[in-house]
Design a protein around this ligand. Structure first.
Ligand SMILES: Cc1cc2nc3c(=O)[nH]c(=O)nc-3n(C[C@H](O)[C@H](O)[C@H](O)COP(=O)(O)OP(=O)(O)OC[C@H]3O[C@@H](n4cnc5c(N)ncnc54)[C@H](O)[C@@H]3O)c2cc1C
Length: 440
């Protein structure tokens, strides 16, 4: 099949982690690549929690750079996460599980605190070093189609630029896929709003507040009072000289609630379990962003004649409460999309059928396998209100009953705890937890 004349082999929309990896991969495979990013620089408009699970980057660079490349030396990481903390937060109490293990730090299963501006720029530099051309500060307004409806390029402002394949990596709330690829708008319960603030503190202070060695850090996820009991949660990540702290709550919940995410954040920072962590720290950044939360059921069509959709634009994001993952999925999907695009161009068939290798690669990898494994979780979490209200309260009452000593003659432990659990109903509690664990 003949491929028409085009300005580029591949155009990538968006220089987030997914787009930059797609551009890097396609350029590495010898294709001419153009990246168009609406921000003034890579990552300028992006936000993440964030912690990246490094396996996706290790696999990518192992494949394309070989043993020469050492992610432990050349990287945009802030701190290696070796402490995992999960906190159930009630108005006046906090119950934290703190886990650390050598496994968490092993190459391949390691994860790192990152800032999107730095990570995205680093990835974008890698794409540029391989020969990808970059245009910043201009949004792509339209996906161009030929008379058969196949995508053949983009319009950005006055410029029409053509390519054999367009990779749409424009992040969540993707207007291009909605307007030109017929995707439905995500539902309000499939999207969440995130708010994040970054506080600067000297590195030694961070290490002493989080009990970490230099270069190491902690990830802490919070549930309960941080979102005023709404479905969602809080996060905290230690960077080199800053702490990222934020909240995520579903748009559906917030729109029905009498609070705002901003108010939740203000109250969260004042909570006795949080305030000492950021005491004396200087606020250096404030941002807001949407997050895809719909899981596998929300993943739309991602392969079209002449176009592929990756990362958040493809709703590839997993929030399991104890794990938040979007960047590793975005990176792998960007890579698989570029590989499939290059194969299709070489085979001179960039129709949806010719590009199906992308979907297959996602299905055969952890990306869609993990999304499918946890596909029932978003709906379960959405209706598990007690997780965000009753459980933190109940756990607080149980631990108060264990640790408060006030001169009033004490009852045996069982007698103290049983009435608290009974209030919730032992069987109900067991049933709820069993249901949740079965889909996690
Ligand atoms: C609050 C919050 C916390 C999170 N925490 C974590 C975490 O801890 N770990 C994790 O792995 N993931 C986390 N995620 C998810 C993760 O950040 C995303 O999954 C990931 O950034 C997606 O990358 P992407 O490249 O697909 O999209 P993005 O990073 O959103 O990049 C999209 C790019 O496209 C550009 N763009 C958009 N439209 C256009 C256009 N029309 N023309 C040109 N350019 C355009 C944007 O400016 C942007 O640069 C979090 C997300 C949020 C919001």
């Amino acid at each position: 099949m003949a491929l028409g004349e085009r300005d580029f082999d591949v155009i990538v929309v968006g220089a987030g982690c997914s787009g930059s990896v797609a551009a890097y991969t396609a350029a590495k495979l010898g294709k001419s690549v153009l990246v168009v990013e609406r921000g003034e620089s890579a990552g300028a408009k992006n936000m993440t929690g964030g912690r990246i699970y490094a396996h996706s980057l290790r696999d990518l660079f192992q494949e394309y750079e070989g043993d020469e490349f050492n992610l432990d030396e050349d990287n945009p990481f802030e701190r290696k996460i070796i402490h995992e903390r999960v906190t159930l937060l009630d108005r006046a109490s906090a119950f934290t599980v703190d886990y650390s293990s050598d496994r968490l730090g092993e190459a391949g299963s390691d994860s790192f605190a990152v800032l999107a501006t730095k990570l995205d720029q680093w990835l974008c530099d890698k794409a540029e070093a391989e020969g990808a051309e970059l245009i910043f500060g201009i949004p792509v307004d339209e996906l161009l189609k030929d008379e058969s409806g196949s995508i053949i390029g983009i319009r950005a402002g006055e410029d029409e630029i053509t390519s054999h394949v367009v990779i749409v990596s424009e992040g969540q709330n993707s207007l291009l896929t909605e307007r030109y690829l017929g995707q439905k708008r995500p539902l309000v319960n499939e999207m969440a709003v995130g708010i994040k603030q970054v506080f600067s503190l000297p590195a030694e202070e961070i290490e002493s507040r989080f009990l970490c060695h230099p270069g190491e850090g902690a990830a802490q996820l919070w549930v309960g009072d941080c979102t005023h009991g709404n479905v969602g949660g809080g996060f905290m990540y230690t960077n080199e000289n800053t702490i990222s702290i934020g909240l995520v709550a579903t748009i559906k919940e917030l729109s029905e609630s009498d609070t705002t995410i901003y108010q939740c954040m203000e109250d969260f920072k004042k909570h006795p379990a949080v305030a000492p962590i950021i005491e004396g720290a200087k606020l250096v950044e404030h941002s807001g962003h949407m997050v895809s939360e719909g899981g596998a059921n929300a993943v739309p069509q991602i392969v079209f004649d002449g176009a592929l959709v990756t990362g958040d634009a493809a709703m590839l994001c997993l929030n399991l409460g104890y794990q938040v993952r979007g960047m590793d999925l975005a990176i792998s999907s960007g890579r698989f999309a570029a590989e499939a695009a290059c194969r299709a161009i070489d085979a001179r068939d960039v129709s949806a059928a010719g590009l199906q290798g992308y979907r297959k690669a996602l299905e055969n990898s952890y990306v869609l396998k993990d999304m499918n494994t946890f596909k029932k979780w978003p709906q379960t979490m959405e209706h598990w209100y007690s997780l965000f209200t009753d459980y933190p309260k109940m756990v607080g009452e149980i631990f108060d009953s264990m640790f408060v000593v006030n001169g009033i003659p004490a009852q045996p432990l069982m007698k103290r705890i049983a009435p608290i659990v009974k209030k919730r109903g032992l069987f109900k509690l067991f049933g709820e937890v069993r249901k949740a664990v079965s889909v996690l």
